[in-house]
Structures are given as structure tokens and as C-alpha cells.
Design a protein around this ligand. Structure first.
Ligand code: AFP
Length: 343
């Protein structure tokens, strides 16, 4: 007797949901939503696909190496940094959803050309974080955050729109260009991760509702800076890697791209730290387009993010390219680090 298998109607499952569908579902849950946010997000995801495609062919397309110029941070600009920055600006500016943008690669506010509408959102981004990794084919990423504008509707956005604390972020996310490309974002309630399927050309929900473990077993820090740290931070690192009766020694992982190091921290738990040191007195990482968006994601996933004294999200920015020390990750691990750092 032949047995037949009834496949039946497709089960509703969050897996297999595209980023676009996910955004539309959420938009429909908000009766007053205009579609502006969804539109902006679609442009960001398009930019991420274009950048990801170029990154994956970087060794073949003559785009490895430096441009020969330095950016506002005094760092060597890689050709892919320039490409990623131009891709995001060109993709987003014409959409009519933002009134001003801020980028790691550009000194001042990026105005929206007058032929396009001045939208109600403000976009900040680090187009290619960890660009030191480009030439060695290691993970890099894009980080972004979205705020509502403060200046009057319809007018060009200003620096005032950009200098907003992380607590006022509407949505933040990152794209990691790694062994697969992933887009992870949050609007503050939960954190969802989407993996890019290059065959289909879409991001699919693969990591719904990411929750960071309460405690991990990995610490992530550039230990080459040890001699420049405060005594408190040195004592914490000495402690965390020493086995004792109560704990095993933590493992060290550090790739030098915040996106990749924080992505691992979100999924596996543990702690990512870039403290102040004698060379980088305010820390190295930039508040508006690195620390704040990542702090927003880490907190939305149940973690903690501090500059050593206060929540990163409460810092009132004074400058576009302001830096801040960073301690972020599993709540128990961050609490341990702060206990030492503050002593
Ligand atoms: P680049 O984008 O200039 O490579 O900087 C990356 C970064 O801002 C951040 O992603 C890393 O966590 C951090 O710097 C690495 O800095 P160190 O090389 O000083 O450890």
C-alpha cells in the first residue's frame, strides 16, 4: 500500500520571513505609521546588499587598499570606506525619509540636496566599521541609528538633529559582512537578526528575539593597550583571565571590528570593552555611530552598556565625532568590570 504524506497548509513560522515582510508586519501593528520608517529601512537594507556584494568581491574588483587620504579621525581611508559611505548617502538621500545624515567619514552634517524632500528622520552611520580588516578578508560591518528630527518639518536638518542621546534612538542596527552577511536591528523592544541569502537577494529572519546571556565566558578587549589603562581596568583583566575556585578563566576573543566583536557578545554572552587609555583619553570608539547604536541593541537584548560611570544611552552628545569609553555585554560581566574599573 502506498502511503502519501500530506504536506498541508504552510505553517506560520517566523523563519522564512524576509526583512521587508517583518517591517511591514510591524508597520501594520502601528495604526499611525506612515510607511516612512519602513521606506528608510528598505533603503538601508539595499545599501547593505550593495556594500556586501562589493565586499565579497573586494579582492577581484580592484577596490582593496587605501585612497591615500585621511578621514576626520586622522585615519587612513580605505577605498571600500569611501564606496560604502557613498552607497549609503546616494541610496538614502533620494528617498525623502531623512533630513540630515552623519557619517564617520564626513566631518560635518550631510545635507539632503534641495531637489529631494526633507524627511522626518535622522540617520547616523559608520559605513564600514573595522576597515583595518578589509585587506585580510576578516569580518567588517556597517552600524547605523535612526532618530526623529528635532528641527521643523520640511526644513533642512542641522547639527542639532544629529546631537541626540542614544535614549532617543528610534531604531538601531548593524550589518556584519562575515562568513555570511547578517543584518541585526531593534526598535527597542527586541532584537532580530536576518541572514542574507545571496541566491534570493533577500535578508531572511534567522535569529528572532536575540537575548544576551546573563553571564558569558569570553572577554573582548585590545590587550595590547594594557600599559595605558587605569589600574582598575588592569586589575579587572588580571582577574578575568585568572582561574580561581569560583570561576574558570575567561577566553579572550578580539577581531578589531566592533560589529563582529559585539555580534559575538550578543549571541554568546560575555563582555566587549574599549576603555580610555593614556593615548585615547576619551576612549577610541565614536559615541554617535558606534557606541550608542550598539548600546541600544545590547540593552534591547537584555544586556548592559556603560562608559564606566553611566549608561552610554544617557550621554548628551556635544560633538559629531565625540568618543567614549565602552563596557558592554552580559549584565553580570559588565557589573564585574565596573566594580574593578570604579575602585
Ligand atoms: P577602523 O574602522 O578604523 O578599523 O576601527 C575599528 C574600530 O573603530 C572598532 O570597530 C574596533 O573595535 C576598534 O576600532 C579597534 O581598535 P584597535 O585597533 O585600537 O583595537
Amino acid at each position: 500500500m502506498s502511503s502519501s504524506v500530506s504536506i498541508g497548509p504552510a505553517q506560520h513560522s517566523p523563519i522564512g520571513t524576509t526583512l521587508e515582510r517583518h517591517l511591514l508586519d510591524r508597520q501594520r501593528q502601528m495604526p499611525r505609521a506612515t510607511g516612512d520608517f519602513t521606506g528608510l529601512f528598505q533603503q538601508i537594507s539595499l545599501a547593505a546588499k550593495i556594500i556586501g556584494s562589493r565586499v565579497s568581491k573586494a579582492g577581484l574588483s580592484g577596490i582593496l587598499g587605501r585612497t591615500g587620504t585621511t578621514n576626520v579621525q586622522g585615519e587612513q581611508v580605505q577605498k571600500l570606506d569611501d564606496f560604502a559611505n557613498a552607497t549609503i548617502v546616494n541610496t538614502v538621500e533620494a528617498g525623502g525619509h531623512v533630513c540630515v545624515m552623519g557619517s564617520e567619514e564626513v566631518e560635518g552634517p550631510i545635507q539632503i540636496p534641495s531637489e529631494y524632500p526633507q524627511g522626518k528622520y535622522v540617520l547616523q552611520f559608520d559605513p564600514l566599521d573595522g576597515s583595518g580588516n578589509i585587506d585580510i578578508n576578516a569580518s567588517i560591518g556597517t552600524i547605523f541609528s535612526i532618530h526623529r528630527r528635532l528641527t521643523p518639518d520640511g526644513t533642512p536638518g542641522t547639527l542639532r538633529d544629529l546631537l541626540q542621546p542614544g535614549s532617543d534612538i528610534v531604531a538601531a542596527g548593524y550589518v556584519v559582512y562575515g562568513s555570511s552577511n547578517m543584518l541585526v536591528y531593534s526598535t527597542g523592544d527586541q532584537v532580530d537578526g536576518f541572514t542574507y541569502d545571496p541566491g534570493v537577494g533577500e535578508f531572511f529572519l534567522s535569529h528572532p528575539n536575540i537575548r544576551i546571556p546573563q553571564r558569558g565566558s569570553i572577554y573582548s578587549i585590545n590587550e595590547g593597550n594594557y600599559h595605558g589603562w587605569t589600574e582598575g581596568v588592569q586589575k579587572w583583566v588580571d582577574w578575568i583571565k585568572a582561574p580561581s575556585e569560583n570561576k574558570r578563566a575567561y577566553r579572550l576573543r578580539y577581531i578589531g571590528a566592533m560589529v563582529a566583536d559585539v555580534h559575538r557578545t550578543l549571541l554568546r554572552g560575555g563582555i566587549f570593552v574599549y576603555p580610555a587609555d593614556t593615548k585615547n583619553k576619551q576612549g577610541k570608539l565614536r559615541l554617535l555611530y558606534e557606541a550608542s547604536p550598539m548600546a541600544f541593541l545590547v540593552e534591547a537584548a537584555g544586556g548592559t552598556a556603560s562608559d564606566g560611570d553611566r549608561r552610554i544611552l544617557t550621554i548628551e552628545p556635544k560633538e559629531l565625532h565625540q568618543r567614549t569609553p565602552v563596557f558592554m555585554g552580559s549584565p553580570d560581566d559588565v557589573a564585574d568590570a565596573l566594580r574593578f574599573a570604579r575602585a
